[in-house]
Design a protein around this ligand. Sequence first.
Ligand SMILES: Cc1ncc(COP(=O)(O)O)c(C=O)c1O
Length: 408
Amino acid sequence: MPFDIARTRAAYPALTEGFVHFDGAGGTQTAAGVIDAVTDAMRSAVGNRSAAFVPGRRSLELVAKARSAVADLLGADPAGVVLGPSATALTYTLARTLGASWRPGDEVVVSRLDHDANVRPWVQAAEAAGATVRWAEVDRQTGELPADQYADLVGERTRLVAVTAGSNAIGTVPDVPAIAKTAHAVGALVCVDGVHSVPHGPTDLASLGADVLVTSAYKWSGPHLAALVADPARWTALRPAKLVPSSDAVPDRFEYGTPSFPLLAGVAAAVDHLAGLDPEAVGDRPTRLRAGLAAAQAHEEALLDRLLAGLAARPAITVYGAPARRCPTVSFRVAGMSPTATQEALGAAGFCLSAGDYYAYEYFQMMGLRDTGGAVRASIYHYNTADEVDRLLAELDALADGAGRMTP
Ligand SMILES: Cc1ncc(COP(=O)(O)O)c(C=O)c1O
């Protein structure tokens, strides 16, 4: 059955405002079920966690439901789901914790494809421990992160390999299973940034070969919360810095302070929303999630092909990278216009796109584009339509004509 785009869009109240959102990579709009769940939790009596009274039991339940939903989304164990305010904050916690056991001569491998949230925490933890940082490079033309380079990058002293499952800048989907295999051969830990990839298709921790994976719910129709996921045994072996009286249980000991219980209700509702993207799907939530996300992925890929073909047909537009497997995310520039000027002109016409480096700092630095403003990013999500792609291309034509007249 074709993806029911009208039904899907109707699930996002914010879309009635009429903006064209090609900025899902920066944060998607919120699904109605999420808004309802957060509101319901805020309207209910909810106390701090306690088994002694009903409002306290509600918050315990909200935490448990959020863990179980994220586990279903990623093929994980709920007892291995650490919840937190953002992927960046969670990665810093893990980097400080792991880094405490690193010694001079140990090595960590990071990539120039990654968002800085999966680079700098590891680089800084390595610096603090006197460990060595090794860099996986991106092919300038294709935008690929070749997996075979990891055979040279990884060695006996490698403690950790951090890599993205999907670039938030140019969409590249690296061969994470192959990279993980190389890393595991020397006993290194594989930390995967799933923030950009998880919204765009089914994810399974084990098939990826990820020991740890991070995801942010605001990139998949949910609230601004994130999760760091691993086998609970992994967490049991680690001792993060923590307050003396706070829980020492796993995974709670990695979570700082009192969580936002209503937003946790929103996390579970966002997963339920994704599980409902294919209305024909039946079965348990993991099964419906796979079906829903696969249906959304097929829809997004058709839009991506349309966008890429349209951009390629326009000589005034330069697209960065042409990876074989990619999330529906494209960075480009319009000749004669700075990325910010393009973004502002599109913004004035109701199109929402990011401009700059979107924290893919190393990639844009390596490409020599950072100092001149980075690029413009069109990021497709499952509520986008073919008509929106065509309107964006038409708007770019108008801009390119204008820019062409200004720059002889
Ligand atoms: C690929 C990727 N990783 C990490 C992050 C950081 O996520 P958060 O905002 O939850 O810290 C982002 C945010 O844009 C991202 O796109």
